[in-house]
Design a protein around this ligand. Structure first.
Ligand SMILES: [Zn+2]
Length: 249
């Protein structure tokens, strides 16, 4: 079975996937490309129905490649997510003279995690084309990873035959187990107290002590340098000028 005409090799495959914006919940275009690629290879893929429940245009895509030689080893699964962090503008992937792919529009490229998606599909294409011996493979593509592993959490993992697999979403050594990562919490706080100016003699000590501290995290969950510096030293404080004030971080 031939590869699809739009992706004759690994680089063209990655460029095609990267050019399609796929913020969390809007992965449909990339999902369709992945399905098209697998079908061109003569493989069947199944998409579950969690998309509507988790607010995504796609469900989890599972493609099972039956073993060539079940006695030759253990089946494996490979997993990658199809969403990216929010692109701030168009994505125009270009190959530089140094061979690296960058976004000419200057924002994200989406190599997290589309480089893994391209690698998984390329490896599968070679497996099929070269009729290589294997003990069974399962490919799993998930939505909404960037906002809390939402697609993977909704996936019925009992559908996997393989007991061992690799999730390609980290730059560390293969086999490393990830136990933590930068994250983002959203906190809505409503302060209530007596309206007064904090520096006037009429303000009570209780009012003077009440302040609102906001340390905005970046889009990626880590504190921005400014916010980290502010929180590490003296946090910015907003005096309570009215009887109630809301803060969001
Ligand atoms: Zn990722």
């Amino acid at each position: 079975m031939p590869r699809p005409s739009w992706a004759p090799d690994a680089l063209s495959l990655f460029l095609e996937l990267a050019a399609l914006p796929s913020p969390p919940g809007e992965e449909r275009a990339v999902a369709d490309r992945v399905l098209d690629y697998l079908r061109a290879l003569g493989l069947e893929a199944d998409e579950d129905d969690v998309g509507g429940r988790i607010g995504s245009t796609m469900g989890n895509i599972l493609c099972r490649i039956e073993p060539q030689d079940a006695e030759s080893g253990a089946p494996l699964f490979f997993c990658a997510h199809l969403d990216t962090v929010l692109p701030e503008a168009a994505i125009e992937p270009v190959v530089g003279e140094d061979g690296f792919v960058r976004n000419a529009a200057g924002t994200i490229l989406g190599a997290d995690d589309k480089s893994a998606v391209a690698a998984m599909l390329e490896a599968t294409a070679r497996l099929v084309e070269e009729d290589r011996s294997h003990a069974g493979l399962e490919l799993l593509f998930t939505p909404k990873e960037e906002v809390g592993l939402v697609g993977a959490a909704a996936f019925d993992h009992s559908r996997l035959d393989a007991r061992l697999g690799y999730v390609y979403d980290h730059a560390g050594p293969i086999g490393e187990v990830i136990l933590g990562a930068p994250f983002q919490n959203r906190i809505d706080v409503r302060f209530q107290g007596r309206a007064a100016h904090g520096f006037t003699s009429t303000a009570s000590s209780r009012t003077r002590g009440l302040a609102v501290v906001v340390c905005p995290p970046s889009r990626h969950g880590a504190l921005t340098p400014d916010a980290a510096q502010a929180c590490g030293k003296r946090p910015p404080a907003t005096r309570l000028m009215s009887s109630a004030v809301s803060a969001r971080s």
